[in-house]
Design a protein around this ligand. Sequence first.
Ligand code: MG
Length: 286
Amino acid sequence: MKLMSYSLAGRETWGVVIGDGVAELATRTGHATLADFIASPDFARRDALVQGLQAEAQLTDVVYLPVITRPEKIICAVRNYMDHHQEVLAAGMQRELSEQPPIFLRVWRSQTAHQGPIIRPRVSDSLDWEGELAVVIGQGGRDISEADAWDHIAGYSCYNDASVREWQFHAKQIASGKNFESTGAFGPWMVTADEIAPGRELKLETRLNGEVVQSSHTGHMIFSVPRLIAYASTIFTLSPGDVIATGTPAGVGWSKKPPRFMQHGDVVEVEIEGIGLLRNPVVAQN
Ligand code: MG
């Protein structure tokens, strides 16, 4: 099942994708947001809730919103693909493999949706792409074991953890380059976890103006999805609708020779097998 957040006639809502359209679920279920639905007992009986529904609006007529519009936490893994680690070394950066998953946090205001603009800040010439698998947390919890972690996943989506490189490198921690408004693209929808077998290797491709710039699969992750959930939930209680962006594979722009970054007018796509295609225009900040 594909669940998405969107707005129609200026009203924020969410619903289920049916063919080329969407049926609204906010009013039918009484849950204002998709995160509220995921947090409720209704999520477990979603199949019955959507039984017999017909699409009421075409996908081409709605404005997509970030799949989870205001997650309590967006936890992002870095250095989590072996092929990316190797390209970083090849680019001349000294970096050891970590023994524990390195993470940082994004704020929800840095997000943008499928088809929404990724904004190149006026203070930067180095806006880069990072195609990633996003995990949406279902049942929350603290100290979740790796063995139990799969049961805490509501679904999966695509993320473009677009990064402002020179700001990322201002200091040893990278938060400033990872939180500019309208840089974290999230969508187009969430595919519920029952459709993706635990540990299934998913092909991930990022394209810039149609040219493939990243091509890998999630089997190259260094720290697995359960490991990331176990690690993060040791620090804080995970809540329904929290997002984990699981890191990017090889092929980011700054590791290319010469480095290549996104410009006004570019179109960037992240496509993940079994999940969907996230497409965003790049727009320069006024
Ligand atoms: Mg990233």
